[in-house]
Design a binder for this molecule. Structure first.
Ligand code: SF4
Length: 755
């Protein structure tokens, strides 16, 4: 079940009838996202309209994609569901576990040695259940999906928050947790709240140093990390049609940074070109045949404010290159203002490392534009002052860019070509730095720049920009360098300027590859053995979580009141912990170790209410669990933003945390908590956050009447004997309440299967 043209044709065959029916029930012209969503209702032909931002809807995705760090837990869960084969085409991509240290060949060999057990598990379980397996070194999930599987009008879920990358080929692609992937692979519907829609109208045309990356960096500045929450961002306008498919993918990829459910562009000639060049002319033709369904209706484009919940307009002809950061991807600086910002904020001006590539920016176009800058360092006799790394997104891109001399150009200016993998983007970077505590700056063409994300070092100031700008700054060795206005002094002492980058959208001689790294599953996998050693510290078979006891939850201890930003990286850190992604007990030792304790402003130091001593968060929670006491975690706004990893939900569940109470949730994390049978609650009045004290014992009341749209009550039992009550909200629907009662969504699947 790898590339499946018949499946795509089936989707297109049913598209027209479903979209026409949707127009009838909705009673107005439709946007592209609405067409795709209504064409993928699990109930078939649309019978009613759904309210955006309100109604939960069951969908039937066409595909599932999983990366190796999240696939382990997704497939351990799938094993529990007891199904013989996956119900929809699914793939596993080995990209997250390869550490960047020396260079591609050696790093890949080291990863194969270090992660052998995990790769063998993923390979054999894929073989057994009919899942396509992309070996280590084959590439990064989103690039490989774009090159092989994404198709206009499709609906895909992926166990990675940058799954929306496939929106560059007109697909609705949404990042989910492993539990959702497990449901869909088991043939169950996939539930999503009907998203709201943000329209981004692009006019004009990019030129000079401005690139597709700068569009999303600008959008991130406008909408901030929360602005896309619960929304699909649809790009349209002449400017949209002028962008390459891979440029569109870069924009959709980074929609995750504004919290968007996904982002999408309408089918156009650029997409058809990309499909043809990646050996899918049949898909391009099939899409062309249903073209009117793969774009919004004309009325929408004529009057976007009527059909979208919010509309933003950006004139590409006036767009400046941007640099965003540090520490958050929505701190957007037009290049002309950036040098001043660096100086005023005291960020280290010296640039230690420039890193290009990753799933966000390693298309042929990206690498040719960056190489055109690198080539000037050679021809203009410039020395490269920063370290410089290049991460190709796939073997297809790597092989082709090597053939066309681009990698050689990067190496000539001192670039190190890393494996086709995530590497420094996800903290898998054995960075060579003289003093790890030194304040320092790096700039990447990646998508995220939370503290410690790339190298685990708190004093690293990470910025994001386009690959060509990263390359220019790496040559200059300075964050304050603006290639549009500033000169550089070359080795002969002459002052020179860098010319504007030149890119080639698609390789003139086509893509080429010797071994793309794909392994097809067995025709009949029933005899394939999946081995998990009971003594493994990397993999652990799962046991079911306990069902709800049927009563209110009382006597819960406050584990931590987290202050400020608490992303999934804070809840379940990546970097060195990635290796435990298949072992729930071991990875639970990183639970919330990055969250800042409101009371002492420290990370990983909380009061153990049983002893009065301070201890590490996981250790204190294990003490509560051993004593048979539940606990509660309190958080701030947009709790759980960032990645889709369900470990951030499973770890507290495994360690007997009973509820997460916050001012607001990031969507994926909230769903993940629900799937694992956890209570995910929000303050009805955010000011109640201030009333929670460090020594509180907390009761959750009203669970016996737990209903959709209802509220629950929190009772704080303060140490001084006083009590306080307030209401909390939730977004559970009927099914999700059943998950809670059964102990998890998976428990409910099993119950139904055995019924
Ligand atoms: Fe890998 Fe980084 Fe892309 Fe995530 S964002 S898939 S870690 S390259």
């Amino acid at each position: 079940m790898a590339f499946d043209f018949d499946m795509i044709q089936r989707v297109y065959d049913g598209f027209g009838e479903r979209v026409e029916a949707a127009r009838q029930v909705v009673g107005r012209p439709l946007t592209l996202s609405e067409k795709i969503l209504y064409a993928h209702l699990s109930a078939g032909i649309p019978q009613k309209a759904y309210n955006r931002g309100k109604d939960y809807v069951d969908f039937a995705p066409d595909r599932v994609a999983m990366q190796d760090a999240t696939a382990q837990m997704a497939l351990l869960q799938f094993m529990q569901a007891g199904r013989p084969q996956v119900a929809v085409p699914s793939t596993v991509h080995c990209d997250h576990l390869i550490q960047a240290e020396v260079g591609a060949v050696q790093d890949l060999e080291n990863a194969n040695n270090k992660n052998r057990e995990v790769y063998d598990f993923l390979s054999s379980i894929s073989d057994k259940y009919g899942i396509g397996f992309w070996k280590p070194g084959a590439g990064i999930i989103h690039q490989v999906v774009l090159e092989n599987y994404a198709f206009p009008g499709g609906l895909m879920i992926g166990t990675d928050s940058h799954t929306p990358n496939a929106g560059g080929l007109g697909m609705i692609a949404i990042g989910v947790g492993g539990a959702d992937a497990c449901d869909v692979m088991a043939g169950l519907p996939w539930e999503l709240k009907m998203p709201k829609l943000i329209g981004v109208k692009l006019t004009g045309k990019l030129s000079g140093w401005a690139s597709a990356k700068d569009i999303i960096l600008r959008v991130a500045g406008i909408l901030t990390v929360k602005g896309g929450t619960g929304c699909i961002v649809e790009y349209f306008g002449d400017g949209a049609d002028s962008l390459s498919a891979t440029g569109k993918a870069t924009i959709c990829n980074m929609g995750a940074e504004i919290g968007a459910t996904t982002s999408i562009f309408a089918f156009d000639e650029k997409m058809a070109d990309y499909l043809r060049t990646t050996d899918r002319a049949d898909v391009a033709e099939a899409a062309n045949a249903v073209r009117q369904y793969l774009r919004s209706d004309d009325e929408v484009y004529a009057d976007p404010a009527t059909y979208y919940d919010q509309v933003i307009e950006i004139n590409l002809s006036e767009l400046e290159p941007h640099v965003n950061g540090p520490y958050t991807p929505d701190l957007a600086w037009p290049l002309s203002k950036f040098a001043q910002a660096v100086k005023e904020n005291g960020w280290p001006e010296k640039l230690d490392v420039g890193l290009i590539g990753s799933c966000t920016n390693s298309s042929y176009e990206d690498l040719t534009r960056a190489a055109s800058v690198a080539q000037q360092a050679i021809s203009k006799n410039l020395k490269t002052h920063s370290e410089y790394t290049v991460t190709p997104g796939s073997e297809l891109v790597r092989y082709t860019t090597e053939r066309d001399g681009l990698l050689d150009t990067f190496e000539k200016i001192g670039g190190v070509v890393l494996a086709n993998a995530c590497g420094p983007c996800i903290g898998q970077w054995a960075r060579h730095i003289d003093d790890p505590n030194r304040k320092n700056s790096i700039i990447t063409s990646f998508n995220r720049n939370f503290a410690k994300r790339n190298d685990g070092l708190a004093n690293t100031h990470a910025f994001v920009a386009s690959p060509e700008l990263v390359t220019a700054m790496a040559i200059a060795g300075s964050l304050t360098f603006n290639p549009m206005t500033d000169k550089l002094t070359n080795e002969a002492g002459e002052e020179v300027m860098l010319d504007e980058p030149q890119g080639i959208e698609l390789p003139v001689n086509g893509f080429a590859v010797e071994d793309a790294g794909y392994q097809a599953p067995a025709e009949d996998g029933s005899g394939v053995q999946v081995v998990v050693s009971p003594t493994s510290d990397r993999l652990q078979l799962l046991e079911s979580f306990k069902a709800w006891e049927g009563t209110d939850l009382t006597g819960l201890k406050l584990l931590i009141k987290a202050k400020g930003k608490c992303t999934t990286d804070h809840i379940s850190m990546a970097g060195p912990w990635l290796k435990y992604r298949g072992h729930l007990d071991n990875i639970s030792n990183n639970m919330l170790i990055g969250a800042v304790n409101y009371y002492n402003e420290k990370t990983n130091t909380v009061k153990n209410q049983l002893t009065g001593e301070f201890g590490e968060v996981p250790a204190v929670q294990r003490a509560y669990k051993a004593a048979g006491i539940g606990s509660i975690v309190v958080g701030d706004e947009n709790y759980g933003e960032g990645s889709s990893r369900e470990h951030a939900a499973m770890e507290p569940r495994f360690l007997a945390v009973r509820a997460i109470l916050v001012k607001s949730f990031a969507r994926i994390h909230e769903t993940n908590l629900k799937k694992q049978g956890m209570l995910a609650l929000t303050f009805a009045d955010p000011d109640d956050y201030d009333d929670i004290r460090e020594d509180d014992t907390i009761d959750i009341l009203g669970l016996t009447e737990f209903t959709p749209n209802g509220q629950l009550t929190i009772r704080l039992n303060h140490a001084d004997g006083t009590t306080q009550e307030f209401q909390v909200n939730h977004t559970y629907n009927e099914t999700q309440i059943e998950w809670f009662k059964a102990g998890s969504a998976l428990n409910l699947i099993k119950q139904k299967q055995n019924a």
